[in-house]
Structures are given as structure tokens and as C-alpha cells.
Design a binder for this molecule. Structure first.
Ligand SMILES: Nc1ncnc2c1ncn2[C@@H]1O[C@H](COP(=O)(O)OP(=O)(O)OP(=O)(O)O)[C@@H](O)[C@H]1O
Length: 203
């Protein structure tokens, strides 16, 4: 028990927080899964800001949390309502769901955090305000044609909504990953990020 307490304390300030954003089907999940796999399990945790929103929605509407988190059609039925509700909460406290995700995934137990679904400038702001230089930002980019091949279809009310577009005019990212299905190019970009993490961890 005591040992757990100590390690929690040591890791209570994360060394590195990777914030990923990108358009639908750019490959955020694909890439963050690879990065998580390559980092030692005991060092990293994956956070999804959408998880506390979907968890609340599942509980209060008698729905399946896993299906809401999945890539299938199930979540689409509830998307607009979840967005509307979460926007109301965010208006009162823009960091509410970021903080809820940190708690939900017990992120403070690990030194490296990977957040796969940053959508708003206020998400960036909250992490930077709270964790400063530990925060690194990554934009995943893929050509529209490639995203279409991966199943993306432009949907009014979704692809033109703030949730998908708020970060389009942010130009400064620590890394931009081009994910057009060129495996060796992607591998090199992932290696750059892993090397940077390694350097940070050895400081
Ligand atoms: N480099 C790649 N090589 C092969 N398949 C890929 C690659 N990148 C993404 N994919 C595939 O494309 C599909 C979409 O990728 P992914 O789910 O990671 O996108 P996303 O940005 O998380 O999408 P969304 O925002 O809609 O959740 C998935 O089936 C994924 O396996």
C-alpha cells in the first residue's frame, strides 16, 4: 500500500503528454495505438476526452458504453445529443472533460500520457495551463482521398461542426504526422516522436 502511494506521488507530475488531433479518418487511433504499444506498458496511459462524456451518457440513458466508444454506427445516433449536452457543460468549465478524463484513466499513475482526441483550442489551453512544457502537440494529416478510402464520407453537421474544425486554423504543432499509408514514411515519423520521448524520460 505504502509503495503504491509513493509511486503515485513520484508520477503525479507527468513527464510527457502527447496531444493528438486530426480530421476524421486521418488515423489518430491507428497511430496512437502504435505509439502506446511501443512504450513500456508501465510508463504510458491512453486517454480519451470523449470517454467521460460517453460514460455519463451511457449511464443516464441506459446505453452501452463500449458501443458508444467504438468505431461503429451505434454512437452516430447519439452524437448530436451528446455534443449539445457536453457543450453546455464546457461553457461553464472548459476543462471539465479534460480533467474528468485524467481522473477516469488514472493518468497520474503514469509518466507518459497519450491523448488521442483533442478537438478544441480550449483542450490545448487546459493541458498547457496545467502541465506546461510536458505538453507536446501532434496533428495527424491525411489526404482527403485517403480518408475516403478509409471510410470517411463528408457529413453535414459533423464535418463542418466546431468539434471537427476548431483546430483547423492552429498552425503550430510540435509534430505534424503525414499519414497517407506510406508505411516507411509513417514509421520514420513515429520514431521521431519515440526518440523525443526517450530523451525527455532520460533528462
Ligand atoms: N497508416 C495506415 N495504414 C493502414 N491503415 C490505416 C493507416 N492509418 C489509418 N488506417 C486505418 O484507417 C481507418 C481509420 O483510422 P483511425 O480510426 O485511426 O482514424 P481516426 O482519425 O481515429 O478516425 P475518427 O476520427 O473517425 O475516429 C482504420 O481502419 C485504420 O486502421
Amino acid at each position: 500500500m505504502e509503495v503504491n502511494k509513493i509511486s503515485e506521488k513520484i508520477n503525479s507530475s507527468p513527464s510527457c503528454i502527447l496531444l493528438f488531433s486530426g480530421k476524421r479518418k486521418s488515423g489518430k487511433d491507428y497511430i496512437t495505438d502504435i505509439i502506446l504499444e511501443r512504450i513500456k506498458r508501465e510508463n504510458a496511459v491512453m486517454l480519451k476526452i470523449s470517454a467521460p462524456i460517453k460514460s455519463y451518457w451511457a449511464e443516464t440513458h441506459d446505453l452501452q458504453f463500449d458501443d458508444l466508444m467504438g468505431a461503429g454506427e451505434y454512437k452516430e445516433k447519439y452524437r448530436q445529443d451528446m455534443i449539445k449536452w457536453s457543450e453546455g457543460v464546457r461553457r461553464q468549465n472548459y476543462g471539465y472533460f479534460c480533467e474528468a478524463a485524467v481522473k477516469m484513466f488514472k493518468a497520474h499513475e503514469k509518466p507518459i500520457w497519450i491523448v488521442s482526441d483533442i478537438r478544441r483550442k480550449t483542450d490545448l489551453k487546459w493541458f498547457k495551463e496545467n502541465y506546461g512544457s510536458a505538453v507536446k502537440t501532434i496533428r495527424v494529416v491525411a489526404d482527403e482521398g485517403i480518408r475516403k478510402q478509409r471510410g470517411w464520407i463528408f457529413t453535414e453537421g459533423v464535418d463542418d461542426a466546431e468539434t471537427e474544425c476548431d483546430l483547423d486554423d492552429v498552425l503550430e504543432w510540435d509534430w505534424k504526422i503525414i499519414n497517407n499509408s506510406n508505411e516507411s514514411e509513417l514509421e520514420k515519423q513515429i520514431q521521431d516522436i519515440l526518440s523525443a520521448i526517450e530523451n525527455i524520460m532520460h533528462l
